[in-house]
Design a protein around this ligand. Structure first.
Ligand code: PAF
Length: 317
C-alpha cells in the first residue's frame, strides 16, 4: 500500500512516524522548512511514553508543493492532516497523488473538509475522519506526541465506502498495526460534531489566555467558559437534528483536558507561531450554523472575534 500524508504538521508527523514502522510506502506532502527537514534529516518524534524515535529521510518520498510527475496517481490512501484553511489546496494535491480508486480522509479539526474532498474526488472516494491524538511541533522535522487518542472514521451519508470494502478494511488494519487506534463510527455527523465541541471548548480559550490545556481544568473561571462555549455548540448540533444523546459534554471535556493536560492546543501553537488559526472552521462554523437555525451563539461569536483580533494584530505587528 502507498500512503500519502498531506500537511505534515504536528498530527501529520505522528501519522508519518506511526506508518514509518510498517511496510507501507510513504509520500509526505509538505512545504518550506518542514519539507526540507523531512527530506534531509528525517523526523524526530518524542512519543507519549517519552521515547525518542528518529525516522530517516530515506523512509519516505517528500513532495514540496509542486508535485513531480512520477508521483501522479500512485497513492492508495491520502490522509489530509493540514490546517483547515489549506483544505482546498490539499484536495487538489490529493486528486493528483491518488490512484483513480484511491481514498482520501480528512482528520483535520473543524467541519466541511469531507465535502471539499467530495467536490474533487466524488463521494465513493472519501471517508470522514477526525483524531483525538494530541501533538505539538517542536521545530522543522521535530514533533512530540503528547496525548494518545484514536482515529475515528465514518462513511459519508449515502456512501457505500464501508469496512465491507477491501480498501477500507486494509486502511483500518494499517491504522491498527501502526498503533493509531482506529475506531469505525456509524454516524458521521455525530462524530464530527463531537470533535468540534471539544475544539470550540478548548482551542480559542487556551489560545487567547496562552495556557496549556490542563489550565482549563485547573482554573474554574476558564473551565466554566470552556463548558459554556461547548454547550452553545451542542444546542446548534441538536437543532441540526444530530443525535447527541450519547455525548455528555462535561465529563467528555474533563476527559480530554486530563488526557492532553500538558499540551499546547493547535490554536495556541498557531498563535505563538504567528500563523492563521482554524477559528473560522470552529467557532465560525458554530456561529454560521446557529444563525441559519436562529440559535444565538454569543460566546462563540465573542471567541471568534477575539481570536480574529489576535490574528490581525500578529499580522500588523
Ligand atoms: O486542536 C487540538 O490541539 C486538539 O484537537 C485537542 C484535542 C484540543 C488537544 O489539544
Amino acid at each position: 500500500m502507498r500512503v500519502a500524508i498531506l500537511g505534515v504538521g504536528a498530527i501529520g508527523s505522528v501519522f508519518a512516524a506511526a506508518f514509518a514502522k510498517t511496510d507501507v510506502d510513504l509520500i509526505l506532502y509538505s512545504r518550506g522548512s518542514q519539507s526540507a527537514a523531512l527530506a534531509s534529516t528525517g523526523l524526530i518524534l518524542t512519543t507519549v511514553d517519552g521515547d525518542v524515535e528518529h525516522h530517516q529521510p530515506d523512509r519516505w518520498v517528500v513532495s514540496d508543493l509542486e508535485i513531480i510527475e512520477p508521483l501522479y496517481s500512485c497513492a492508495d490512501v491520502a490522509f489530509i492532516c493540514g490546517k483547515s484553511n489549506s483544505t482546498p489546496a490539499l484536495a487538489v494535491a490529493a486528486e493528483i497523488l491518488l490512484r483513480p480508486n484511491g481514498i482520501a480522509i480528512s482528520v483535520q479539526n473543524g467541519m466541511g473538509h469531507a465535502e471539499r474532498l467530495v467536490a474533487r474526488l466524488g463521494k465513493h472516494r472519501v471517508l470522514a475522519g477526525c483524531t483525538t491524538h494530541a501533538a505539538m511541533r517542536n521545530g522543522p522535522g521535530e514533533a512530540q506526541w503528547t496525548g494518545r487518542g484514536a482515529v475515528r472514521l465514518a462513511s459519508l451519508d449515502e456512501s457505500d465506502l464501508t469496512p465491507d470494502d477491501r480498501r477500507v478494511d486494509d486502511l483500518l488494519n494499517l491504522l491498527d498495526i501502526s498503533g493509531l487506534n482506529p475506531e469505525w463510527e456509524f454516524d458521521c455527523a455525530e462524530m464530527l460534531w463531537q470533535k468540534l465541541l471539544i475544539n470550540v471548548a478548548i482551542n480559542p480559550l487556551a489560545a487567547i489566555c496562552g495556557v496549556r490545556n490542563g489550565e482549563l481544568l485547573a482554573r474554574p473561571d476558564l473551565h466554566e467558559q470552556a463548558l459554556s462555549a461547548m454547550l452553545e455548540a451542542f444546542q446548534v448540533a441538536t437543532a441540526e437534528g444530530v443525535d447527541m444523546s450519547f455525548f455528555d459534554c462535561e465529563p467528555e471535556l474533563k476527559r480530554v483536558l486530563e488526557a492532553t493536560a500538558t499540551n499546547r492546543c493547535s490554536m495556541l501553537q498557531d498563535v505563538m507561531a504567528g500563523r492563521l488559526t482554524e477559528i473560522d472552521s470552529l467557532c465560525g462554523e458554530v456561529v454560521r450554523r446557529g444563525e441559519e437555525l436562529g440559535i444565538p451563539t454569543p460566546l462563540n461569536q465573542q471567541l471568534l472575534t477575539l481570536v480574529k483580533g489576535i490574528e490581525h494584530s500578529t499580522k500588523t505587528g
